[in-house]
Design a protein around this ligand. Structure first.
Ligand SMILES: Nc1ncnc2c1ncn2[C@@H]1O[C@H](COP(=O)(O)OP(=O)(O)OP(=O)(O)O)[C@@H](O)[C@H]1O
Ligand SMILES: [Mg+2]
Length: 366
């Protein structure tokens, strides 16, 4: 859970100290007062990036040259301090966990966040990169090693692509990069296939209840082949290794690595028809909601993880039945931070000012 947050020059906040102090907290304020910005900084603390798919430069307060996000989180009874500092001029981000340098994504298992926002629709409608990012986040929240592997994989990929830019680069020269890519890439591939299948298992149950019995299914899409979740790692390596050998001539021509987990995707189907192509706007929203509830269930099922739920403006979008469904599935005592523009009546709930424009409303809902 998030115990405290400190911001400097993040979006509209020159400086902010925030202590949630409660399991269920609602931030109310008019449009444009900074509610989503605050959730954005909390999401960042648990992922190392913005849920709005913008660059770090956009997060720096207008006129400033850096932002700082620092938070104390508690996981399994232990406090950790997570810190991000981004310097715009140097385009450099420093991530620290308990004052030691760390990879940005490594915060994922310390503060496992699940966000519900109107942008979730992009999981269905958007491109493969958005789906990969979501899947990698869930995998990283469950298996911290995944973050390190992704980091290594990307470095190897950059090196291999650099080699491919040389004319007449030989197979022998590419081989060491290919081998490393295969070793790390296979672990990423296999982990994604396993976690996607667990996630979809839960999301399909949720979808069924939300949509009067309709089937949600999904499939990991790799150009190499359809991996089964029971295929062993050696098998993955073999398949990847053969694929990369086969595409070497093509890779040389286009001067880029064209197979591997960095090009993968997953598809979602309602009653066997692909959601991205055929589902209505409302159905697409239900699919993304089911995926997020599935993520929350998957995380909260692990004894060692306490997911933090961030609800950005979504409660106004959901009807009463869906609202109840989201809340009913929540683990008792889970931390929730929600935003809304709807003001609350005095006396009904506890209130406290966060800024001149935002009020924190404490609710007991269980
Ligand atoms: N880099 C930045 N520097 C300074 N201000 C910014 C920056 N980026 C965004 N803002 C401002 O922050 C303000 C608050 O944005 P935010 O999205 O948090 O509003 P909100 O309270 O969620 O509103 P709504 O209810 O409409 O969703 C906006 O008016 C925007 O102009
Ligand atoms: Mg908002």
């Amino acid at each position: 859970m998030l115990k405290s947050l400190y911001l400097q020059n993040f979006r509209n906040y020159q400086q902010l100290e925030f202590k949630p102090d409660n399991d269920f907290l609602i931030l109310t304020g008019a449009n444009g007062t900074g509610k989503s910005n605050l959730l954005e900084s909390i999401f960042y603390l648990g992922t190392g990036y913005s849920f709005r798919q913008v660059k770090d430069d956009h997060l720096v307060r207008f006129g400033a040259d850096y932002f700082l996000i620092r938070g104390v989180v508690n996981n399994n009874g232990i406090d950790y301090q997570i810190e991000f500092c981004y310097n715009q001029e140097q385009r450099k981000k420093i991530t620290k966990i308990n004052n030691k340098n760390a990879l940005p994504g490594s915060c994922a298992s310390y503060l496992p966040v699940v966000i519900f926002s109107p942008l979730d629709l992009m999981l269905v409608k958007g491109g493969p990169a958005e789906r990969r990012r979501f899947l990698d986040l869930v995998v990283g929240q469950l298996r911290p090693q995944h973050i390190k592997d992704l980091h290594n994989y990307n470095n190897i990929l950059i090196q291999r692509n650099k080699q491919l830019r040389f004319e007449n680069i030989s197979d022998d020269q590419l081989l060491p990069w290919d081998q490393q890519l295969v070793t790390v890439g296979s672990m990423i591939w296999k982990r994604r296939v396993i976690v996607l299948s667990q996630l979809l298992g839960r999301s399909a149950e949720v979808f069924k209840s939300l949509s009067e019995g309709r089937e949600l299914a999904g499939k990991y899409k790799s150009q190499i082949c359809d991996l089964k979740k029971d295929d062993d790692l050696e098998q993955c390596k073999l398949l990847f290794s053969e694929a990369i050998k086969k595409t070497r001539p093509h890779d040389r021509r286009v001067k880029a690595t064209t197979v591997g987990p960095h090009r993968d995707d997953f598809a979602l189907y309602i009653n066997q028809r692909e959601g991205r192509l055929y589902a209505s706007q409302g159905e697409q929203r239900l699919i993304s909601l089911a995926l997020k509830i599935g993520q929350y269930h998957l995380l909260s099922q692990q004894d060692y993880l306490e997911p933090l739920l961030l609800l950005d403006d979504v409660f106004s979008e959901l009807d009463a039945q869906h609202k109840l469904f989201v809340l009913k599935g929540m683990k008792q005592g889970s931390q929730v931070i929600a935003t809304t523009t709807t003001p609350f009546k005095d006396g009904v709930v506890g209130k406290k000012s966060l800024t001149d424009d935002i009020i924190m409303v404490y609710r007991k809902i269980f």
